[in-house]
Design a binder for this molecule. Structure first.
Ligand code: ZN
Length: 476
């Protein structure tokens, strides 16, 4: 009998909050600035410096928690997580180990079998980031430099329950998490830029059993795809070693995206966690919590539901549009200009977003504003241009601020619907393509499309394909 295994996976996700200042001082929270430009005695961790908790960080963290349906705790507090490493010269990190900011919450995803699952969050806590080590060569001597710009940056850590069974579920969870955090506006959650980092705890057990076996932690994954790949690799590795009669030992591994393997990493010394005596305990009144809850925006799942009802979209379309707040906003701006929701969605997704990305722009600050793009779609709706021309006009719209009407006029994109002009083109095509004409008359539908195409070509793409088709049908 072959024993079947299932994986038990939990995630720990660090999210860097997009606050103006660091967590315990007023230094700018811009880790990418000139090294060590953003430092003060507090975040250089000089002895005797007094950390003061940033109110903005507390509010952004609280909103993030509420977005996941988590329970903000009336009392939370900071501990000193003791370890010694050059990126933490004060010898401890301020983190919430015993009394986290929130408990509970979760995210609903649809797994690969189409089953809706609610993946639970155990707790969310706040902590300060550590400094960044830069390893370089000075001549032939390897040196390590410390950049304190990131030291004390505001982080939250989201710790899940071990509810995940497959790499797919973990990836879907991270995508949904990223969307939700962007919605509440607490972080950009970019794994590429390091504002979101994920570790995965993975163990396996015989399918159908409930025990939790020894887990392995995988770190250093900087894309959602890497998380999926690393988990898949680790499940396979652990299964093979259990089948070979070897025990899985508790340790930490690193994902190597080039070799596509995990390998053991040297363990950091993990010291005790002791309550910090300096940073005051955080006490949240129910009024404060209610006030924060009232600031929560419409969340992605609510918005998707509304899009289905209000605009008659399918569930998949609505989820797609809602997955990014900027896309959802842009879509709604278009519908406000009386553009058909499906037309707006189609042109936004297939033409505008790819063009915006190609130019490295953001939908939010692109010069192709919803007003300009809407004006183009209206011309399309009035049959003043055809779809081919509209696609080209989009490209010209990025080059300046001319209105689509001006571009259409100055570059000759006006659609030809004039029957007399089109008839002469049709005459020419009918005389040049007798075989296709014969095919249409013997009932071959495809040949009709071919003839329309030839007329379009002859008109340099400017003919109104609807009118061409009608005229052709009369003639055949
Ligand atoms: Zn500082």
């Amino acid at each position: 009998m072959i024993m079947e295994f299932e994986a038990v996976i939990g995630l720990e996700i660090h999210v860097e909050l997009n606050c103006a200042t660091k967590l315990f001082c007023d230094c700018p929270n811009n880790p990418g600035d000139e090294p060590n430009a953003n430092t003060c005695p507090t975040c250089l961790w000089f002895p005797g410096a007094v950390p003061r908790l940033s109110e903005e960080a507390l509010k952004k963290a609280a909103l993030l928690c509420l977005g996941f349906g988590a329970e903000l705790q009336p009392v939370s507090a900071f501990d000193q997580k003791v370890y010694y490493y050059p990126d933490l010269p004060k010898g401890y990190q301020l983190s919430q180990a015993h009394l986290p900011l929130s408990r509970g919450g979760g995210i609903e995803i649809t797994n690969e079998e189409g089953v809706t699952r609610r993946l639970r969050i155990h707790h969310i806590h706040m902590e300060e980031d550590v400094a960044k080590l830069v390893h370089e060569m000075e001549g032939r001597t390897p040196i390590s430099l410390v950049d304190f710009n990131r030291a004390g940056a505001p982080l939250v850590e989201i710790v899940t329950e071990p509810d995940f069974r497959t790499p797919f579920e973990a990836m879907e969870f991270l995508k949904a998490l990223r969307t939700q955090v962007r919605y509440v506006g607490s972080s950009e959650c970019s794994m590429e830029n390091g504002t979101m980092r994920a570790d995965a705890n993975i163990s396996i057990r015989p399918k159908g059993t409930t025990e939790l076996n020894t887990k392995v932690e995988v770190k250093n994954m900087n894309s959602i795809k890497h998380v999926g790949d690393a988990i898949a690799y680790e499940i396979k590795r652990q299964t093979e070693s259990v089948m070979a009669g070897e025990a899985v030992t508790l340790h930490t591994r690193l994902w190597d995206p080039d070799k596509k393997i995990t390998s053991p990493m040297r363990a950091k010394f993990e010291g005790p966690c002791v309550p910090d005596p300096v940073v005051p305990v955080i006490e949240l009144s129910s009024e404060w919590i209610d006030e924060m809850r009232s600031r929560l925006p419409e969340m992605p799942s609510e918005r998707a539901e509304r899009f289905v009802k209000q605009y008659g979209l399918t569930g998949d379309e609505a989820v797609y549009l809602s997955s990014d707040p900027a896309t959802a906003r842009y879509f709604e701006e278009l519908t406000k200009q009386a553009i058909q929701p499906r037309t707006a969605m189609h042109w936004l997704i297939t033409q505008l977003i790819p063009a915006v990305r190609e130019r490295g722009q953001e939908l939010d600050n692109s010069n192709v504003t919803p007003e300009r793009f809407g004006a183009l779609l209206k011309m399309l709706g009035r049959d003043e241009i055809n779809a081919n021309a509209a696609r080209e006009v989009v490209i010209y719209m990025f080059d300046g601020n001319e209105s689509p009407e001006e571009i259409v006029k100055s570059r000759g994109f006006v659609q030809v619907s004039d029957e007399a002009a089109l008839e002469s083109l049709i005459d020419q095509v009918l005389s040049e393509e007798p075989a296709a004409v014969q095919d249409v008359r013997s009932g071959l539908e495809k040949a009709k499309g071919f003839l329309v195409g030839q007329v379009m070509k002859l008109s340099k793409g400017k003919a109104n394909p609807k009118v061409v088709k009608e005229l052709l049908e009369k003639r055949l």
